[in-house]
Design a protein around this ligand. Sequence first.
Ligand code: DX5
Ligand code: ZN
Length: 224
Amino acid sequence: MHSHRIAPSILSADFARLGDEVKNVIAAGADLIHFDVMDNHYVPNLTIGPLVCEAIKPYATVPIDVHLMVKPVDRIAPDFAKAGASIITFHPEASEHVDRTLGLIRDHGCQAGLVFNPATPLDYLDYVLDKVDMVLLMSVNPGFGGQSFIPAMLDKARACRARLDAYKERTGRHIHLEIDGGVKVENIGEIAAAGVDTFVAGSAIFGHPDYKVIIDQMREEIAK
Ligand code: DX5
Ligand code: ZN
């Protein structure tokens, strides 16, 4: 596992050949498979659920990173744990009891994380960091692939990294910082410099004819 992780979002993959897409993007160097779950209620789009997670599991030799854009959260989150997810993140606005939902995900053997929409302040982290394994910052409004990165999210990433570093100093525990939306070769270097360690990229990877070439280019930019 690299210290900076690339998490291709299969939202932009060819759904008719999903198993092969997962296999190929892992062979090209993916560290995680990012799995976007949308419910046409919390976000205005509808995607895939636990059955599809279970179906790709045999192809996923790296952890499956499930991003829940659904409301409510608690009813469906355990189903993803049973379907083979390793990490489950959710939007705090979509849960009535954020602390309880974090505990529920961890009780099912998964790492748990909170997702922050572009306009959502980081305050939700204040009293729950002990139950958080990863923070996911949305750098677009959730619902669709192929949108442009919102530049103000660089400042938010720096602020979040500072919080997580202070927590690490106190406790010794590292919490991952992931970003999602509009990540490309052209901006991944400055996003990494802002303290992000896990990079979701959908259209940039699956829209490229050679997944290894594009993932290698991303790693080169991160290392600069
Ligand atoms: C958007 C999803 C993203 C999306 C990113 O709501 O959470 O994971 O697939 O796609 P790109 O990389 O194309 O912005
Ligand atoms: Zn996502």
